[in-house]
Write a protein that binds this ligand. Structure first.
Ligand code: ZN
Length: 189
């Protein structure tokens, strides 16, 4: 178990690696600030998907697509510790239970606020929807731009990576998948 003090001291070592002297005024409190900011950036480790998705409501027979579009998120790439961010679109077709809309947004952060890759976030959200809502179908589409592409390596500023996970009828049938794509690409309000 690494203590907060040890973590801060590790950050200080990295600052010394960069600058030689980590004691100048601007850097003095940086190790504490970095570790504090990690609490927020990596809050997903203390979020439980089951708890998030356990409070559902009677869907009263609604059997269409529920789509929450353009959920912005920020995450951290596990390979370079570089930020990546973008938008997630989450959809499901309820059988009898629906879930509060804010829970769909929070489930994105539960996965994004960890050391991640985009594929794992996409699959993880779809797995949670399937497991805890037991819907007729679930779909997750994520579009993101990656800091490790923008700022280092190939330096491509505008590339966007898209990943998708389709479950149930969204995987099996073309019609619901097409309807979903139309809803995602319909004009914003
Ligand atoms: Zn990376």
């Amino acid at each position: 178990m690494v203590t907060i003090k040890e973590a801060e001291s590790a950050v200080k070592t990295l600052l010394e690696y960069l600058e030689g002297d980590a004691n100048r005024e601007g850097l003095e409190k940086t190790p504490q600030r970095v570790i504090e900011s990690w609490n927020e950036i990596f809050s997903g480790y203390s979020t439980n998907s089951e708890e998030l998705l356990q409070s559902t409501f009677n869907g009263e027979g609604y059997d269409g697509i529920v789509l929450l579009r353009d959920i912005e998120f920020h995450s951290t790439c596990e390979h370079h510790l570089q930020p990546f961010s973008g938008r997630a679109h989450i959809a499901y077709i309820p059988v009898d239970r629906i879930v509060g809309i804010s829970k769909l947004a929070r489930i994105v952060d539960a996965h994004a606020h960890r050391l991640q890759n985009q594929e794992r976030i996409t699959k993880g959200i779809a797995d949670d929807l399937e497991q805890y809502l037991n819907p007729l179908g679930a779909a997750v589409i994520i579009e993101a731009s990656h800091g490790c592409m923008r700022c280092r390596g190939v330096r491509k500023q505008n590339s966007v990576m898209t990943t998708s996970a389709m479950r149930g009828v969204f995987f099996d049938k073309a019609e619901p998948r097409q309807e979903l794509m139309q809803l995602i690409h319909s004009r914003p309000l």
